[in-house]
Design a protein around this ligand. Structure first.
Ligand code: T4K
Length: 406
């Protein structure tokens, strides 16, 4: 590690990168390896690898108990889980969702020939603005998908009120929100159903994986059949289905991870506090806040850059961090509406999304999780500190912190 004491120690000013190896956003958290390996040995001994095996059944029961929800059905990944939930709810025509989300939310609709209608967000929460949702409702609307971006719950009650008033089903993309709660109830209990992602980059992972949580028995029964091609017993297919099954090895990872969930959350809380202290007082750089009272995974360290106050653009800050081998991300820039096929199909969508565009232009996501310690965070914050204020004068032949060479 290279210490950053002044702006002239930055790689962008000619010094070596602070970190020899890239520091990624989204390094996987892995629980107790020996327990994981023992579970994998068991899978091989039983020679039962997939199709609702014993570990998937155990994982399913433990997920539901943890969330306090009637059903939590493991699925092969979050995207297929979204597609299944959308189909099981019989959504078609137009469905309203935010554009400030990972593109999988929009793709899971478009993939099934459903038109995603992007509604704007509340810049304070980065989540769907219920008033904007209401403005986008047409006679073709069949449903609403809220996304709990960064694990911060949507305006759930207000969205539910809009949905109820218009007789529309509401579901949530809760890919970021495993382990988070709202009003003392775990995410997984809201809307008609909620969809989690357990992808490798999530704070809790099953290599690849996801789940659909619901308190609706009928919906759960339908999803259970649909995720297995629609089979109801041997030779009897009752729905159009898909292969959405979770494998045993993924459930082994999930069961092992569940045993370390408190540790993963504690590490993220510690890291969040270290970033909060390290970035405090930097004008124009604001860390998003999480509820101090509700459980929350804090798996995303998100800072918003106000370019004028910070004295440097968001993109310049990202460039500087990348030069130091800190691979900060711009999630979810530029917004789904500016990605294909949406920017071609719906070129006017951005007109309704001024807040989405503002937020997408100022967000930086920084590394956290078990792969990052407090000392590393202190170095990252040190890199970000010199980026504000007036340009200091460098030594001969070195670039100033604003980029000019003396
Ligand atoms: N809805 C929302 C709101 C979502 O955020 C997501 C996924 C979904 C739905 C869909 O759920 P899944 O179908 O994925 O279960 C990543 C993840 O791939 C994606 O799961 C996640 N959201 C999204 C926010 O982030 P990328 O394209 O940015 O990932 P990638 O490959 O650049 O990985 C990020 C960093 O993690 C890399 O720099 C390296 C590191 N990494 C990654 C993997 C896979 C590792 O160190 N080890 C690994 O095994 O999308």
């Amino acid at each position: 590690m290279n210490k950053i004491s002044t702006p002239f120690d930055l790689a962008s000013n000619g010094d070596p990168a602070a970190f020899a190896e890239p520091l990624h956003v989204g390094r996987p958290n892995v629980g107790d390896r020996r327990k994981l390996m023992a579970r994998i040995e068991g899978i091989l001994d039983r020679n039962w690898l997939s199709n609702h095996g014993p570990l998937v059944q155990e994982f399913e029961a433990k997920l539901a108990a943890y969330l306090g929800v009637k059903h939590c059905i493991p699925i092969c990944n979050g995207t297929v889980a979204l597609e299944l939930a959308i189909r099981a709810l019989d959504l078609k025509g137009e469905v309203i969702l935010p554009a400030f989300t990972f593109v999988a939310t929009a793709h899971s609709l478009q993939w099934q020939g459903i038109t995603p209608i992007f509604a704007d967000i509340d810049p304070a929460t980065h989540n769907l603005d219920p008033a904007a949702v209401e403005r986008m409702i047409t006679p073709r609307t069949t449903g609403i998908i809220g996304v709990h971006v960064w694990g911060r719950p949507c305006a759930i009650e207000a969205l539910q009120a809009v949905a109820d008033q218009h007789g529309l089903p509401l579901m949530f993309d809760a890919a970021h929100a495993f382990g988070c709660s709202h009003g003392g109830r775990m995410i997984g209990n809201f809307g008609r159903c909620e969809v989690f992602s357990f992808h490798a980059t999530k704070f809790f992972n099953t290599f690849e994986g996801g789940a659909i949580a619901t308190n609706d028995d009928e919906l759960a029964a339908k999803i259970r059949l649909m995720k297995n091609f629609g089979f109801k017993g041997f030779d009897n297919v009752v729905y159009l289905g898909v292969n959405g099954k979770m494998t045993e090895v993924c459930a082994a990872m999930g069961l092992t991870g569940l045993e370390s969930l408190n540790e993963f959350m504690a590490v993220n809380r510690r890291n969040y506090e270290a970033y909060r202290q390290g970035l405090a007082g930097i004008p124009g750089l604001r860390l998003i806040e999480y509820s101090p009272t509700e459980p929350c995974n804090r798996q995303y360290i998100v800072a918003e850059v106000d370019e004028r106050a910070y004295g440097r653009s968001r993109d310049a800050a990202i460039q500087m961090l990348h030069a130091e081998n800190v691979l900060a991300r711009k999630y979810f820039w530029p917004g789904c509406h500016r990605m294909e096929p949406y920017r071609t199909l719906y070129p006017e969508a951005g007109r309704n999304l001024p807040r989405t565009e503002e937020v997408a232009a100022r967000v930086i996501v920084l590394p956290t999780g078990k792969a990052v310690d407090v000392a590393t965070i202190s170095i990252i914050c040190g890199m970000l500190v010199p980026a504000h204020g007036a340009c200091a004068q460098p030594g001969p032949g070195r670039k100033s912190s604003c980029g000019s060479t003396s």
